[in-house]
Ligand binder design. Sequence first.
Ligand code: IMP
Length: 425
Amino acid sequence: MANTIIIGAQWGDEGKGKIVDMLSAQSSLTVRFQGGSNAGHTIRAQGEQTILHLIPSGILHQGTLCLIGNGVVLDPAVFLEEADELSKRGLDVSPARLGISKKAHLILPYHKQLDKAREAKRAGHKIGTTGRGIGPCYEDKVARVGIRAADIGNPSLLRDKVRHTLLEKNILLQELYKFDPLDPDVVADELLAMAPRLIPYLTDVEARIDEAAARGENILFEGAQGVHLDIDHGTYPFVTSSNTVSGNAASGSGVGPSFFTRAIGVAKAYTTRVGSGPFPTELLDDSGTYLRERGHEYGATTGRPRRCGWLDTVILRASTRLNGLTDFAVTKLDVLQNLPLLRICVAYEHEGKRCERIPQEEGALDKVNPIYEEMPGFEADISGCTQFGQLPSAARAYIRRMEELVGAKVSIVSVGPDRQQTIFM
Ligand code: IMP
């Protein structure tokens, strides 16, 4: 039995969807443990592309049960839309295969309004959120005024909670942000209208995990975003509002830390970031444009162009440590093809000194200079390689150097979006 956590080791969009999809073939259960519909997990199978925001990426494997854990903030309308979309394509998304933790918090219209209103007001200091209401929903959870999934089965409790929370939020929306106030009855009615479809999905996620573990089944825990968007360990304040590190797989799904046997960090062979925040190896020249165009680096959720740069092994070393990573899956190695010279950031220069770790003061990462090692590039088309030995020697050397610098082995290399374009080492 293997209980494996998969997390993004950079700033999100590393290609977790593909890796989860592939490993789901050997797992009977996939659990999403944090984030919400800010995520966009792209999977390509048999030439068809699927983008998932909420439903775990194991859903494409008919034998896999997919659960949304308590650590997720769930937008009920997005969940139903996504389920309908998959159902139209012939996939079974019935409650027999898909479940939502009764303890997961729900994203309501006021969370999305506040998210957008705050960003609009932050002129010059925008975080660049996805506008999906993620931060405001987690705020309510921590402030103990959140609406949990199970509340939709108790209309009077739900109405009371919505009324109570809107007392405060309507003042903010109207007075500070100059938005129209929301009518608590309308908000509650809209949610309750979805209740008949949602209630069958509500489940005790901990119990389902416990039962699967007792049967000796393999379980996958699917993270969203990336380590350096973590609310505690990321590039604060340019972060998302949840813990994206592997430790949250435990609290976000309801198991203890000794439950896990493996933690895989997914990293692109270069680095990307969407939204604001420090990015030491960002390329603002033609190489950056090359990576963006060749790598189709446009957000799966918002369509925004992603910022692109060289591989940064300072942040990846931190990811190895912060997550107890046992191994890495490296994606999009094929995107580096035809770059004559590859650069890897091995350390930073910070305040005149070489520094191997991320400085922790706010704004400090904006001021570091990356120290690069140069490696020869490769010209051969590697998108058909299925074994490590088939890669050109420069590509192999790049992966081997990466392993040394990040302090963990690379066990999977992806050379294209399709399932077959994967090398298991
Ligand atoms: P939020 O999660 O919508 O609050 O956005 C906070 C920051 O996280 C912004 O910089 C977003 O661009 C970034 N972010 C959120 N979700 C993702 C993701 O799935 N991939 C990449 N960046 C993300």
